[in-house]
Ligand binder design. Structure first.
Ligand SMILES: *[C@@H]1O[C@H](CO)[C@@H](O)[C@H](O)[C@H]1NC(C)=O
Ligand SMILES: *[C@@H]1O[C@H](CO)[C@@H](O)[C@H](O)[C@H]1NC(C)=O
Length: 339
């Protein structure tokens, strides 16, 4: 709410600029307003965009070709959602502090579900937040506060086939774990702890599943005349430019992490932009999730599409395919002893 006033000014400026440029990006609304939409994941095998509405426990499937939106509801706060590599009808979903395997084909009723593992046991008031699979199918899933965001009480976990019972902490004592992207060469990892206002680059070893030598490549504080809000979810294109959602900033920013340059500001008709992911059959549509949960009734009149998923076309950019999870292939038949 703090950011509403400033962000309006930024959005108006950006909208005017965009509409003057007929070759520029075009933004359209893909879904109706949903609550706190987050965690977009494009599954090219099915031409489905998965995303969640965190507080409602809802996992959505947007079927690109038929324009149909389906959903299931789980018991807890949900995010992220990553489909299995070997079984496209099995989703790994963060439900509060647990990874839950859910059988769902995106069309019919959900099948069975089971808890795979639970993290952050020492911090009850926490839940999973942004998370993705790496090229090898390992999960890099972070946490944040569930009811209140507590400084230093969040972690980025690395979950592999071999450490399911005791996931490794990859980054300690952050506050609101977000972002997550790997470059095309798969030797850099990008990460955001939202309140830091920074995008951090790490050296990444795919072979060893390790990150090292974190350094800031972009700081919102250095760009306060152009943008506002805080950095939330993030994705990357095939030229290694990052697209960062600005919660409170009504925009996606395109940045070059090699130079630190702010390349573009793409206005989104929703104040609280939560994440972005390239999808569509050619991976050239940027799907953007947004939230309406922090808007007052007055602000909702100002942002009637808040909470919707949007599609940005004509960006002249393409994404990289999202990696799928290779942790388990079916509902666990044994008790992992972690519930
Ligand atoms: C992986 O770990 C091994 C053993 O510690 C090390 O020699 C190698 O350089 C590491 N690979 C990368 C890409 O960091
Ligand atoms: C940022 O603001 C400056 C000054 O108004 C302007 O020249 C520049 O084009 C803006 N950058 C972007 C990416 O819009």
């Amino acid at each position: 709410m703090l950011y509403g006033f400033l962000s309006l000014a930024v959005v108006l400026v950006a909208t005017v600029r965009a509409s003057n440029n007929i070759d520029g990006p075009s933004v359209s609304q893909v879904t109706k307003p949903i609550g706190l939409a987050e965690g977009p994941h494009w599954d090219g095998r099915k031409n489905i965009l998965y995303f969640v509405s965190i507080l409602d426990g809802e996992v959505y499937a947007y079927h690109y070709h038929s324009d149909i939106l389906t959903k299931i509801t789980l018991n807890g706060q949900v995010t992220p959602v990553v489909p299995s590599r070997k079984n496209p009808n099995l989703l790994l979903v963060g439900v509060d502090r647990s990874i839950v395997a859910v059988e769902w084909d995106g069309k019919n009723k959900q099948g069975n579900q089971a808890v795979v593992t639970t993290v952050n046991k020492q911090i009850a008031d926490s839940r999973f937040n942004d998370g993705k699979a790496d090229k090898q199918g390992r999960l890099w899933w972070g946490t944040t506060g569930r009811d209140t965001v507590n400084p230093g009480q969040a972690f980025l976990y690395k979950i592999t086939k071999h450490n399911i019972n005791d996931p490794t902490v990859a980054i300690s004592h952050v506050t609101n774990s977000n972002g997550l992207a790997w470059n095309k060469a798969n030797d850099k990892f990008y990460y955001i702890d939202t309140p830091s206002l920074k995008v951090v680059e790490y050296d990444y070893s795919d072979e060893n599943a390790t990150i090292s030598s974190g350094r800031t490549v972009f700081d919102i504080n250095d760009h306060k005349t152009n943008i506002t809000g805080v950095p939330d979810g993030m994705t990357i294109d095939d030229e290694d430019n990052l697209y960062v959602a600005l919660y409170g900033g009504g925009a996606i920013i395109k940045i070059n992490p090699k130079t630190g340059e702010l390349l573009n500001i793409i206005a989104i008709p929703s104040r609280d932009v939560t994440s972005a992911m390239f999808g569509g059959p050619n991976l050239d549509i940027l799907f953007v999730t947004t939230s309406k949960i922090s808007l007052t009734p007055e602000e909702l009149l100002q942002w009637p599409a808040a909470g919707s998923v949007f599609a940005v076309k004509n960006l002249n950019a393409k994404g990289l395919p999202a990696f799928t999870a290779d942790i388990i292939d079916s509902i666990p038949s044994r008790d992992y002893g972690n519930h």
